[in-house]
Design a protein around this ligand. Structure first.
Ligand SMILES: *[C@@H]1O[C@H](CO)[C@@H](O)[C@H](O)[C@H]1NC(C)=O
Ligand SMILES: *[C@@H]1O[C@H](CO)[C@@H](O)[C@H](O)[C@H]1NC(C)=O
Ligand SMILES: *[C@@H]1O[C@H](CO)[C@@H](O)[C@H](O)[C@H]1NC(C)=O
Ligand SMILES: *[C@@H]1O[C@H](CO)[C@@H](O)[C@H](O)[C@H]1NC(C)=O
Ligand SMILES: *[C@@H]1O[C@H](CO)[C@@H](O)[C@H](O)[C@H]1NC(C)=O
Ligand SMILES: *[C@@H]1O[C@H](CO)[C@@H](O)[C@H](O)[C@H]1NC(C)=O
Ligand SMILES: *[C@@H]1O[C@H](CO)[C@@H](O)[C@H](O)[C@H]1NC(C)=O
Ligand SMILES: *[C@@H]1O[C@H](CO)[C@@H](O)[C@H](O)[C@H]1NC(C)=O
Length: 442
């Protein structure tokens, strides 16, 4: 049994495992039953590992019914009685804030869950490169509370490696939205400059950490973005859409909003990659046949966002052991959600990518100007089957329902709201901007 990796600083205050020995165990002890103790600890360890995910108290139902059922809520601080404790020192706290240019700082204090005295100062996550344990913990806590007041929103979480060359397109997209129905959070790479004041991306960035593809850092960024959006008590973020600078919307905002808000499942591509990948033994955290893979660009309901920020066990296992064929960013969330809520995810994405070229070299087709025209966009919009998905590459389960896009139980439904990959090259951007608005619908 591999000991817990001390460098993984994602500790949680679960109930203490120091339960007393039973009479039987005492008897064994007195007979020197070392083996029994060892076996006992192994079982206890396994039990704790299995138990932890189950303890995540995220029990939010998904679907249309929810938006009408969202109860009148109190602000987080009232629920936690933190007003007096945390806000009293707001002035002195501000002295410690680092001014991150162009940052969206939810400058609020939160009580650390499980403690009535410790103040969680969100701002400190802008100062230190941490494992984010408190941030995630608080976010999970927030996910279990009723949605903040206001119209339920779709939170767009941008993971950016460069400035958004397609910004004019996104501006048009958000221009067609009710301002009260979306939120934007960006995680720019550190070299990305701020956005101008008139941009929808202005003052929307969370603190930045280095990100590498296929690396745990990408999972960390996803969790941080989810956490900030969950903790933002000013905004009733109900859905969370992960996008990059290479993504575009292929529907109008109202279409996207209805599609997500009315959905009874999250859109997380999830297929079994075992055909290709057999080496890893992830037990006892989960059985190998539960391993799932899919694209990072997913859209999930608050319920699942809560599960992703609240997980410790799967995270540890993936971080410690996921190597070689195991691609963290494409397997961690997928496996976690498949294990915790298999019926709650549609097993497909709403973000189109073209993996149809068998020699894709690990990256889907980049749509350059030569490929961009109305037909391309219409074809993507018209899709009711996902025939170019990543699963074509390495799924065990070729003939499974992933080919047919099921929406609220209805097969052959429109599959896609977003598409990738589009380059930032001037010519390619221009050809997208030149598309008739009647085609993109925005
Ligand atoms: C919060 O404060 C109210 C009144 O100030 C009190 O009645 C209530 O018990 C407190 N709740 C908690 C969880 O401390
Ligand atoms: C507020 O700040 C003052 C001065 O730094 C400190 O003495 C006091 O204990 C703080 N109060 C709380 C509730 O943290
Ligand atoms: C950035 O957003 C925060 C949170 O909404 C707000 O308090 C702050 O004033 C904004 N900063 C600028 C420069 O607009
Ligand atoms: C989604 O729900 C809204 C009301 O919340 C309704 O107006 C709309 O027609 C629904 N859309 C679909 C596709 O069911
Ligand atoms: C997703 O796939 C799993 C099996 O991997 C299945 O149990 C689940 O029902 C599927 N989800 C939906 C919404 O069909
Ligand atoms: C759109 O581009 C594709 C690929 O280059 C091409 O086959 C198709 O004829 C084009 N359609 C139109 C309407 O130009
Ligand atoms: C997409 O569907 C619409 C409506 O059914 C149809 O008019 C159009 O020709 C289709 N476009 C493509 C490229 O399949
Ligand atoms: C998929 O379905 C086709 C036709 O129904 C069948 O010939 C093929 O063997 C199936 N493949 C797998 C992997 O089940």
């Amino acid at each position: 049994m591999k000991p817990r990796n001390g460098t993984i600083d994602l500790e949680r205050s679960t109930s203490s495992p120091t339960m007393g020995f039973s009479k039987y165990q005492e008897a064994w002890l007195s007979r020197g039953g070392i083996v029994a103790i060892v076996i006992g600890f192994l079982f206890l360890f396994k039990f704790l590992l299995y138990q932890q995910p189950g303890l995540i108290p995220v029990d939010l139902p998904i679907g249309a019914a929810l938006s009408s059922q969202v109860p009148e809520t109190q602000p987080l601080c009232q629920l936690k009685n933190c007003t007096t404790q945390a806000n009293s020192n707001i002035t002195s706290d501000r002295a410690f804030l680092v001014d991150i240019p162009n940052s969206y700082l939810p400058r609020k204090d939160y009580i650390k869950p499980g403690s009535s005295t410790h103040e969680l100062d969100i701002a400190k996550y802008f100062k230190v490169a941490v494992e984010d344990s408190e941030l995630l913990h608080a976010a999970q806590d927030a996910a279990t509370l009723p949605l903040p007041q206001g119209k339920p929103k779709v939170a767009f979480l941008f993971i950016l490696r460069q400035k958004i060359p397609l910004e004019p397109l996104w501006e048009r997209f958000f221009g067609g939205a009710d301002k009260d129905s979306y939120s934007i959070y960006t995680h720019p790479s550190w070299w990305v400059d701020g956005f101008p004041e008139n941009s929808v991306f202005f003052n929307r960035s969370i603190s930045t950490k280095e990100v590498k593809r296929f690396d745990i850092s990408l999972v960390d960024v996803v969790r941080r973005l989810l956490a900030f959006a969950l903790l933002d008590t000013d905004r009733a973020n109900m859905w969370f859409v992960l996008v990059s600078e290479a993504c575009i919307p292929v529907r109008s905002f109202p279409f996207v909003y209805d599609y997500l808000m009315n959905s009874t499942t999250s859109f997380v591509e999830s297929f079994s990659p075992l055909q290709r990948f057999k080496r890893w033994n992830p037990e006892p955290v989960f059985e190998m046949n539960k391993l799932r893979k899919g694209e990072l660009w997913m859209s999930m309901h608050r319920r699942h966002a809560g599960m992703v920020v609240g997980d410790v066990t799967f995270y540890r296992k993936f971080k410690a052991d996921c190597r070689d064929d195991c691609t963290l960013d494409e397997q961690y969330t997928q496996t976690l959600l498949h294990c915790l809520d298999p019926e709650g995810i549609a097993n497909r994405s709403v973000t189109y990518a073209d993996w149809s070229n068998p020699r894709h070299g690990g990256s889907p087709l980049k749509h350059t100007a030569a490929l961009i025209n109305s037909t391309l966009i219409e074809k993507i919009q018209n899709r009711t089957e996902n025939l170019d998905g990543q699963y074509m590459d390495s799924s065990d389960d070729f003939n499974h329902t992933m080919q047919t896009c099921v929406y609220n139980g209805l097969p052959h439904s429109p599959c896609f709201l977003f598409a990738r990959k589009f380059s930032g090259d001037k010519e390619d951007v221009q050809s997208l901007l030149d598309l008739p608005k009647s085609v993109l619908q925005y």
